[in-house]
Design a protein around this ligand. Structure first.
Ligand SMILES: [Zn+2]
Length: 478
C-alpha cells in the first residue's frame, strides 16, 4: 500500500491545485485578479485588476509593459484590428469605435499609455523587480466596446470579451503592434481569478471553471483558470447550452444558431480525445466551445474556442475539430502565434489531418488534407511568384509580415501542413508523433518557440533541421 500512496497523492494534489492530470513541476506564474462589470447597454466594461507579476526571466525589470489590445479599436488607430477583407461585414452597424482608458495604477512610481499606436501601458516600478521576485500592481480601467463582430466588441448576437484588459507583455517588455490577420494575442501562461457582473438576462461562456449567482436583476460569475495564456469570455442573451465530456473532462457548447448542435459538440469531444491520446493529456479541468459573432470561422483561447455564429451546420464540426487542436498548439505548448504563426497553424493543420484519417465519418483522409493543402499552396504560389513578392514563401515571419488572410493561410496553414507531412515522410509517423509528444510534455504550459520544436525532431532524425530551415526560409520547392 505504501508504494502506491505517494504517486496517487501527487496526482490528487496537483489536480486539485492546478487542474493538471499529471505530476508536472509546479511553476510560479503571474496572477491576475479582476472584478469586471459589463454594461452592454452603454457598451462599457469596467475593471479593477490586481496583477501579481512574477519575474520568471533572467534579468531584473525596472519597468513593465502591458499590451492594450483594446486600443486597436479606437478612432484614429494606425493599425486596424480587422482586415480590410472582413471589415465591411464585421462593422455591421457602420463605423464604430472602442478603446481602453487606464484610470489608475497603484503600486508603481508612474505609468503612461504609450507605444507607436497607444498600444502599451508602461509602468515604472518603485524598485527593481529581480528574478524570482513578485510585485503587485492594481489597475483600474474602462473599456468602451465597438459595435463589431470580432474578438472584442458588441456583436449582433453576443458580446465578445477577449484582449480587453492590460496584459503583461512577453518577458515583461516585448511590445507588439495590433495585427489584422491571424491571432495576435499570445501572452505568457498565468493564473486568473475573475468576477464578472452583467445583466441577469445574459449567459457567459469563459476560459476556466466557475459558478454563477444572481441577485436583483444582476448575474455574477466567479471564474478561475490556471496556467492559461489569456482570459476570454463571450456573453449572450440567446445561448443554448449543451453538455458533454471527453476523457473525463466536461465539455460545454454554447450555441447561438446551430441546426445540429450535438454534432458540433461531438466533434469537439472527439478532437479533444484524439489530441489527448495522440499528443498528451489535456492540461485543464474543462473545455468550452462557444458560438460568437466573428468574421473568421474560429478564434482560439485557452480552455475556450469561439466558432463563428454564421457558419453552416456542416461547417461547424470541422471548425470545432480545428479550434480544439489549438488547445495543444498554442494554449498548452506555448507557440508564439504572433511572432511565428506558422507553428501553431501548421501543427493544427497536421494534427487535424491525422484526426480525419482516424475518424472515417468525416469522409476526409490524411492524404485528402495534404493533397488539398498542396493544391491550394501551389495556386497561391503561382499568383504570388508572378507578383514578384520575395517574402511570399518565407514561413518564419510575424503576423505583421503578411499582407492579408490569403497569404497568411496559404503560408501558415497549407505550407505548414506540407512541412509536417514532409517530416513524417522522412522519419515515419511513429517518430514524428514521438517528437510531438515530447514537445508537448517538455513545454507544457510554458513557452515553446520554434527552436525547441525543431530540437525535438532533430533528436529523431538527422535531416529534420534541414527540412525545417528550407521551409522556414522559403527555399524549398513544393
Ligand atoms: Zn488555426
Amino acid at each position: 500500500m505504501k508504494k502506491l500512496a505517494a504517486p496517487l497523492l501527487c496526482g490528487v494534489m496537483l489536480t486539485g491545485m492546478l487542474g493538471l492530470g499529471g505530476c508536472a513541476p509546479v511553476r510560479e506564474r503571474t496572477r491576475y485578479t479582476m472584478a469586471l462589470a459589463l454594461s452592454p447597454e452603454t457598451r462599457t466594461l469596467t475593471g479593477e485588476m490586481t496583477v501579481d507579476v512574477f519575474n520568471g526571466w533572467d534579468n531584473a525589470r525596472e519597468e513593465l509593459s502591458f499590451q492594450l489590445w483594446a486600443n486597436a479599436y479606437r478612432e484614429g488607430a494606425l493599425h486596424a484590428p480587422v482586415s480590410e477583407l472582413y471589415a465591411p461585414a464585421a462593422y455591421y452597424a457602420g463605423e464604430s469605435y472602442g478603446g481602453i482608458a487606464v484610470e489608475e495604477v497603484q503600486g508603481a512610481r508612474s505609468f503612461a499609455v504609450t507605444g507607436e499606436d497607444e498600444n502599451i501601458l508602461r509602468v515604472v516600478l518603485e524598485e527593481p523587480l529581480y528574478p524570482d521576485e513578485r510585485v503587485s500592481l492594481s489597475v483600474c480601467f474602462t473599456v468602451t466596446l465597438a459595435e463589431v463582430n470580432h474578438r472584442l466588441g458588441i456583436g449582433e448576437n453576443a458580446v465578445m470579451l477577449a484582449g480587453f484588459y492590460p496584459v503583461l507583455c512577453a518577458d515583461g517588455v516585448t511590445e507588439r503592434l495590433p495585427a489584422a490577420v491571424g491571432e495576435p494575442l499570445a501572452a505568457e501562461h498565468a493564473d486568473y481569478d475573475v468576477t464578472l457582473t452583467l445583466p441577469q438576462s445574459y449567459t457567459a461562456a469563459f476560459t476556466g471553471t466557475g459558478e454563477r449567482t444572481e441577485q436583483g436583476g444582476t448575474a455574477a460569475y466567479h471564474v478561475r483558470a490556471q496556467g492559461v495564456r489569456d482570459f476570454a469570455m463571450v456573453c449572450s442573451e440567446t445561448f443554448r447550452v449543451y453538455e458533454g465530456s471527453s476523457c473525463g473532462v466536461p465539455v460545454l457548447y454554447y450555441s447561438l444558431c446551430d441546426e445540429a448542435p450535438r454534432e458540433t459538440l461531438a466533434a469537439a469531444e472527439e478532437s479533444l480525445a484524439f489530441h489527448a491520446q495522440t499528443f498528451g493529456e489535456y492540461a485543464y479541468p474543462a473545455y468550452t466551445v462557444v458560438q460568437a459573432d466573428l468574421p473568421v470561422s474560429s478564434m482560439h483561447f485557452p480552455m475556450l474556442s469561439m466558432l463563428a455564429g454564421d457558419l453552416r451546420a456542416e461547417e461547424l464540426p470541422p471548425a470545432a475539430v480545428h479550434a480544439t487542436a489549438h488547445q495543444w498548439w498554442y494554449a498548452m505548448a506555448g507557440c508564439d502565434r504572433y511572432a511565428q504563426p506558422w507553428q501553431d497553424e501548421g501543427l493544427a493543420a497536421y494534427s487535424c489531418a491525422l484526426f480525419y484519417d482516424a475518424h472515417p465519418a468525416y469522409r476526409k483522409t490524411y492524404a485528402d488534407c495534404v493533397g488539398q493543402a498542396e493544391r491550394a499552396y501551389r495556386a497561391f504560389f503561382s499568383v504570388w511568384s508572378q507578383l514578384g513578392e520575395a517574402e511570399s514563401t518565407v514561413m518564419s515571419r510575424p503576423l505583421g509580415g503578411y499582407a492579408g488572410e490569403y497569404e497568411f493561410l496559404s503560408v501558415t496553414r497549407d505550407k505548414g501542413l506540407i512541412l509536417f507531412d514532409r517530416l513524417q515522410t522522412l522519419s515515419g509517423q511513429k517518430k514524428t508523433l514521438a517528437a510531438l509528444k515530447e514537445y508537448v510534455a517538455r513545454y507544457r504550459l510554458t513557452d515553446a518557440p520554434p527552436e525547441v520544436l525543431v530540437a525535438c525532431f532533430a533528436q529523431k532524425s538527422a535531416y529534420a533541421e534541414g527540412i525545417f530551415s528550407s521551409f522556414l526560409e522559403g527555399t524549398c520547392v513544393i
